[in-house]
Design a protein around this ligand. Structure first.
Ligand code: ATP
Ligand code: MG
Length: 559
């Protein structure tokens, strides 16, 4: 029952085999975020993989909050994660779980391990434990507490739960093999003591917290997860995952499969680093449009479809990789090119006075909302004697033959309107043009008269009707393609020009009604959305999602 919708990958092939062999007749996956930050585009890869598989195989995908580390976790993150997964278009139905839901059961499984002689309470200090652990080359040494009696272990573990011992004084460890070549198997810690923390789900009920490596396999098994998909750094933990599900009485044995994480150029993805950016105020917050978080991408104007397309394109493998930012951007261009209505907006306005256009006249001209999709209809654009054009669209003298815009003495078409000719430039003291005096040709509405050569077509906005707006242009947040790899702090790699705020932009009046969730192509400028935080009708604020073409590639080629 494999799907044709999404490309296959090695994980889907394993699932196909498991269905064909009768090992499973229903597929259950899970997405297990730790609620200690907002989700990012790397998580989106995992979400699309897990929920995509559940969708395509008619199974289910659970949303499980992996909340075993109450120090850094909180309810704000839980709410944000829920919102982001839903926004991406996925539904976990009634399958929302918390690892903390299982604390009582996990405790029971720990007692079971103790009774089987497979876990013990260890009193070594953290430093001693590190020294006993050994290295990659040398085996570890057994803890002097390793051979405590079952009775003593049960007694001590119960008293750990009851709160009799201080943080760090004792832990519960699995009793596996201190000589294992895999350090994760050298009697790993299963439980630690944490007094005085208030857990966002369980409050002050517990002072004993289970470790991820114990919690995760059991949570998977209790939920009947068939395929537990995680990133490659857990490959070395798989023997422990298997050991845990083998030795406690759980109802099934899920299979862990690892795939490579997504790394993106010019981006950091670790939650620790993203937290630093937020806490130190280098960005406006978790949803700053420069952040690689889902919330940031959404505010920037990315669509769920574009992120899902990206996830499909990058695929799922075991190979380590760093994906070009341009690939992500091309996905949002591809989606928005189809769906975003076209509008005209002037970002750096230069005034044009059309001298032969009567002062009291205005015309409403018909313009297509989309050049390739007539079903998107048309809108009316007002024209009057004074219009704004883009500063860059005028030069006194053409700098080169490729300059297809307005020059002194030259002609250009105002998009959706007439051809104008510039016959005078008014400059300021520094020689910068402040106003152009032009004439329009009434015979040129809609088409060029026979034999007429016009340099190019530029966008414009009627000065009388235009709407003033703030427009925010974004660039990469970091200057270095691998900001987290070099010497020193990644903060030093922040691009000081990652945000450019333009306050003088002028929009065509049809944009005055823009609302959250709308997307537009500002012709020749890129794709834009109203900023979901700052925008309002009285004071429009737009974010550029992406330029129309990959301008960085062009800049790099020029360097
Ligand atoms: P970080 O290391 O940034 O804290 P994490 O892996 O600890 O991230 P979790 O909340 O534990 O974050 O991740 C939830 C799920 O998302 C895990 O299954 C994890 O493997 C997956 N995931 C996290 N980052 C990426 C990434 N860059 N690419 C693909 N999957 C990821
Ligand atoms: Mg994690």
């Amino acid at each position: 029952m494999s799907s044709n919708e999404r490309p296959t990958n090695f994980i889907r092939q394993i699932i196909d085999q498991d269905l064909a062999s009768g090992k499973h007749d229903r597929i259950v996956t899970r997405f297990p975020p730790e609620p200690n930050g907002y989700l990012h585009i790397g998580h989106a890869k995992s979400i699309c993989l897990n929920f995509g598989i559940a969708e395509d195989y008619g199974g289910e995908c659970h949303l499980r909050f992996d909340d075993t580390n109450p120090h850094k976790e909180n309810q704000e993150f839980v709410a944000a994660i829920r919102e982001d997964v839903r926004w991406l278009g996925f539904d976990w139905g009634r399958h929302e779980y918390y690892a903390s839901n299982y604390f009582e059961q996990l405790y029971g499984f720990a007692l079971e391990l103790i009774e089987k002689g497979l876990a013990y309470v260890c009193d070594l200090s953290p430093e001693e434990m590190r020294a006993y652990r050994g290295t990659l080359k040398e085996p570890g040494r057994e803890s002097p507490y390793r051979n405590r009696s079952t009775e003593e272990n049960l007694d001590l573990f119960r008293r750990m739960r009851a709160g009799e011992f201080a943080d760090g004084s004792r832990v519960l460890r699995a009793r596996i093999d201190m000589a294992s070549p895999n350090i994760n198997m050298r009697d790993p810690v299963l439980y630690r003591i944490r007094h005085g923390v208030v857990h966002h789900q369980t409050g002050a009920e517990w002072c004993l917290y289970p470790m991820y490596d114990f919690t995760h396999p059991i949570s998977d098994a209790l939920e009947g997860i068939t395929h537990s998909l995680c990133t490659l750094e857990f490959e070395d933990h798989r023997p422990l995952y298997d050991w845990v599900v083998e030795h406690v009485s759980v109802p099934c044995r899920p299979r862990q499969i690892e795939f490579s994480r997504l790394n993106l150029e010019y981006t950091v993805m670790s939650k620790r680093l993203l937290t630093e950016l937020v806490d130190e105020g280098h960005v406006e917050g978790w949803d700053d449009p420069r952040m690689p978080t889902i919330a940031g991408l959404r505010r920037r104007g990315y669509t769920p479809a574009s992120i899902r397309l990206f996830a499909d394109q990058i695929g799922v493998t075991k190979a380590d990789n760093r994906v070009e930012l341009a690939q992500l951007e091309n996905c949002v261009r591809e989606d928005l090119d189809r769906t975003a209505p076209r509008r005209m907006a002037v970002l750096h306005p230069l005034k044009v006075v059309i001298e032969n256009y009567p002062e009291d006249r205005e015309e409403w001209l018909e313009a297509a909302n989309h050049p390739k999709d007539p079903a998107m209809g048309t809108r009316s654009i007002p024209l009057s004697r004074e219009v704004w054009i883009e500063r860059d669209d005028f030069r006194k003298v053409a700098p080169n033959k490729k300059f297809k815009r307005l020059v002194l003495g030259g002609e250009v078409r105002l998009r959706n309107a007439y051809v104008i000719r510039c016959h005078e430039v008014i400059e300021d003291d520094a020689g910068e043009p402040v106003e152009l005096r032009c004439h329009y040709d009434p015979a040129t509405l809609g088409a060029n008269p026979e034999g007429r050569k016009v340099r190019g077509v530029i966008h414009w906005v009627s000065a009388r009707h235009g709407v003033r707006a703030e427009v925010r242009l974004y660039d990469r947040l970091f200057r270095d393609p691998r900001p987290d790899q070099g010497e020193g702090r990644f903060i030093g790699q922040i691009n000081p020009d990652s945000l450019l705020t333009l306050t003088e932009a002028v929009l065509e009046p049809a944009l005055a009604d823009a609302a959250e969730g709308d997307h537009f192509q500002f012709e020749r400028q890129g794709y834009f959305v109203p900023d979901r935080v700052a925008h309002c009708r009285e004071r429009p604020v737009f974010n550029r999602t992406v330029t129309l073409r990959d301008t960085w590639a062009r800049l790099a080629a020029r360097d």
